[in-house]
Design a protein around this ligand. Structure first.
Ligand SMILES: C[S@@+](CC[C@H](N)C(=O)[O-])C[C@H]1O[C@@H](n2cnc3c(N)ncnc32)[C@H](O)[C@@H]1O
Length: 247
C-alpha cells in the first residue's frame, strides 16, 4: 500500500498488472467460496447465462482470465465433453486452483489451461470460434488492448462475450449497491480471505466503470459488430456480446 498517501492515484495503482496479479495470487484459495457467498450464489447464474451465448459455436473456445475455471467448466456442462475449451490466466495460484478443480471433476483432459497475459494472447489469429471473459476486463487497465486480442484470436463470424460488474442505473439497487460494495463486501471478503485490501479493491474497480454502454462502446471500437448488452440482476452485472466481421 506504500505510495497511496504520496499522491498515487489509487485506482491506477490497483489496476497496475503486477498489483492485480499479486492480489489474485493471494486470494486464490478462498476465491470460489467468497464468490458464491458475496454474490449469494448469483455468480453461478451469471456465468450460466453468459455461456449460453456460446451455443452453436463449433471449434475451440477461449476463456480469458479463467481464474479458477468456472466458465470453462460451464462451457463443457452446456455443450458436452467434445467441446474444446482453453482457459488462460496470468495468476499461477488461480490456474493451480482451476487445475485442482478439473482433476476433481475429471475434466483435466478435457479443458486445456495455460498461464498467459490477456494483453498478449499466446495464440495465432482466428484460432477460436469464440472468446469470453468473465469478471476480468474490469481489472485490466488497457481494456482496448485486451479486447483487441480477444478479437484477433477469433475467426470471422465468431463471437466475443464479456460478463462484468456494472452499476445499477435505477431503482433501490442504485442506492443499495454502493453501500453493499463499500461497507459490507470489503469486511466479509477481508475477514474470510484474510486480505482486507483485496476486497476493498473490488468496489473501487466497479466504480471505475459506470455502465454497460461503456463496454459496448469499447467493443464497437475494437471492430466488433452487432454489439448488444443485457443487464442481469438489476444491472449489477451486464453481459455484452459482439460478433467479429466475416473476413
Ligand atoms: C475476478 S477473477 C474472474 C475469474 C473467472 N473468470 C470467474 O468468472 O470467476 C479475474 C481474473 O482475471 C485474471 N487477470 C487479470 N488481469 C489479467 C491479465 N492481464 N491477463 C490474464 N489474466 C488476468 C486474474 O488473475 C483473475 O484470475
Amino acid at each position: 500500500m506504500a505510495g497511496l498517501s504520496n499522491g498515487v492515484n489509487m485506482k491506477t495503482y490497483f489496476l497496475h498488472p503486477e498489483s492485480i496479479r499479486n492480489l489474485f495470487d493471494s486470494i486464490a484459495p478462498t476465491y470460489d467460496l467468497l464468490n458464491h457467498l458475496l454474490s449469494l450464489g448469483r455468480d453461478l447464474y451469471w456465468r450460466k447465462t453468459a455461456v449460453r451465448e456460446l451455443k452453436g459455436f463449433e471449434g475451440w473456445i477461449l476463456d480469458v482470465a479463467t481464474g479458477t475455471g468456472d466458465v470453462a467448466i460451464e462451457i463443457i456442462h452446456q455443450n458436452g465433453y467434445n467441446r474444446k475449451v482453453f482457459g488462460l490466466d496470468f495468476s499461477k495460484p488461480m490456474i493451480k486452483e482451476a487445475y485442482q478443480k478439473l482433476l476433481r471433476k475429471d475434466l483435466s483432459e478435457t479443458i486445456a489451461l495455460t498461464l498467459g497475459d490477456a494483453l498478449s494472447l499466446p495464440f495465432r489469429e482466428n484460432a477460436f470460434s469464440a472468446s469470453m471473459m468473465a469478471f476480468g476486463l474490469r481489472n485490466i487497465l488497457e481494456k482496448n488492448q485486451a479486447l483487441a486480442e480477444m478479437v484477433r484470436v477469433v475467426k470471422g463470424g465468431g463471437k466475443v462475450v464479456i460478463l462484468e460488474f456494472t452499476l445499477p442505473q435505477k431503482g433501490f439497487m442504485k442506492r443499495l449497491y454502493p453501500i453493499y460494495f463499500k461497507q459490507i463486501l470489503p469486511r466479509v471478503g477481508g475477514f474470510i480471505s484474510g486480505d482486507r485490501g483485496a476486497y476493498s479493491y473490488l468496489p473501487e474497480s466497479v466504480l471505475h466503470i459506470q455502465n454497460a454502454e461503456d463496454y459496448e462502446e469499447m467493443m464497437l471500437r475494437s471492430g466488433l459488430e452487432n454489439v448488444t448488452s443485457r443487464r442481469l440482476t438489476f444491472g449489477i452485472v451486464s453481459l455484452i456480446v459482439g460478433m467479429k466481421r466475416h473476413l
